[in-house]
Design a protein around this ligand. Structure first.
Ligand code: FMN
Length: 299
């Protein structure tokens, strides 16, 4: 299966079967963690597997992790630890999502969980590390099975989606009764050459990036805020993240890293090889103050 197709299948799983991961699936995940993608070499990340999810959910519930301090109960968790630097946080997002997409291949359900108090989380889980616990990733078998077509149910009526362009005119979007997180249409977050210069889908098609963008929108983000904006120019694409005073810089960087991973997977799948450069780039003065460049894809 192309990685892009996995993006359609992945979703945040918040209800799990009361069943531990099989030996084979644990081995598979452990192996993945040992073979992290190249970018991980620029950040010394750690993944700590938590066996007893039931106890952990109780111990962390009530303020240490999860939206509003509410934990998601799962058979297991990974604790993702990183140095407290923005570049490392972005790489943590990238690598965490890489793990998630690969877990999806084996029908292992996952969900990012916000860490509210890193020190306490480490203490409760007895993790001896100087690094920061930046997020948890829940892992287990989803309670419900989802058809691939479910995702299409989320596309808002009237929005300019690329569905028809991608040859999916007959999607059975009435199938799902499940609530699926909605997504922006691609022309809502892409500019050509400069900020504010909104392209039409044909222009994105001409540049060969419409399909990658279409799937990119399926990337998870904190509270589904989809804070990404892209400026496409020549052989470079800049990713901007809308900043918020209410969200920690760690989470904003995780969102950036996750988006970078998805977009890269999409671009690679359509044959546009390249990679993200996470240097501190200067940006032109026409970028609104609350948007910050997170990386530049060069191909
Ligand atoms: C960094 C990060 C932290 C998240 N934390 C939580 C969380 O604590 N609780 C939760 O229910 N979902 C959490 N999510 C999941 C998002 O809410 C979810 O990805 C988004 O709503 C889109 O839905 P989808 O993943 O099903 O496509 C988190 C996502 C990210 C990227």
């Amino acid at each position: 299966m192309k990685s892009l197709k996995l993006a359609e299948k992945r979703r945040s799983v918040r209800e799990y079967k009361n069943k531990k991961l099989t030996e084979d699936d644990r081995k598979y995940l452990n192996q993945l963690i040992m073979e992290k993608p190249l970018i991980a070499e620029d950040a010394s990340l750690e993944f700590v597997f938590v066996e007893n999810g039931e106890k952990t959910a109780k111990d962390l519930d009530g303020g240490l992790a999860g939206y509003f301090g509410k934990m998601i109960e799962a058979p297991h968790y990974f604790v993702l630890l990183s140095d407290p630097k923005s570049k490392c946080y972005k790489i943590a997002g990238y690598v965490g999502e890489w793990l998630i997409l690969n877990a999806t291949k084996k029908d292992i359900g996952t969900c990012w969980i916000e860490v509210i108090d890193s020190e306490k989380v480490k203490e409760v889980l007895n993790i001896q590390s100087d690094k920061e616990a930046v997020a948890l990733i829940a892992a287990g078998y989803p309670k419900k099975e989802y058809k691939l077509s479910n995702i299409y149910a989320s596309i808002k009526r009237g929005s300019i989606s690329a569905l028809t362009d991608l040859g999916y005119p007959n999607i059975d979007s009435g199938y799902s009764k499940e609530i699926v997180s909605s997504r922006k249409s691609i022309t809502e977050f892409v500019f050509i050459d400069e900020w504010g210069n909104v392209p039409d889908v044909e222009e994105l098609e001409m540049r060969g990036i419409h399909e990658a963008l279409f799937y990119m929108r399926l990337a998870p983000s904190y509270k589904n805020r989809q804070p990404w904006y892209f400026i496409v120019k020549g052989n470079e694409i800049d990713l901007f993240i809308q900043q918020s005073d209410e969200i920690s810089s760690c989470i904003q960087c995780l969102d950036a890293g996750i988006a970078m991973f998805y977009f890269e997977v999409g671009l690679h799948d359509v044959g546009m090889k390249g990679k993200w450069n996470l240097s501190d780039f200067e940006t032109s003065t026409d970028i609104p103050k609350d948007y910050k460049i997170a990386g530049r894809y060069q191909y």
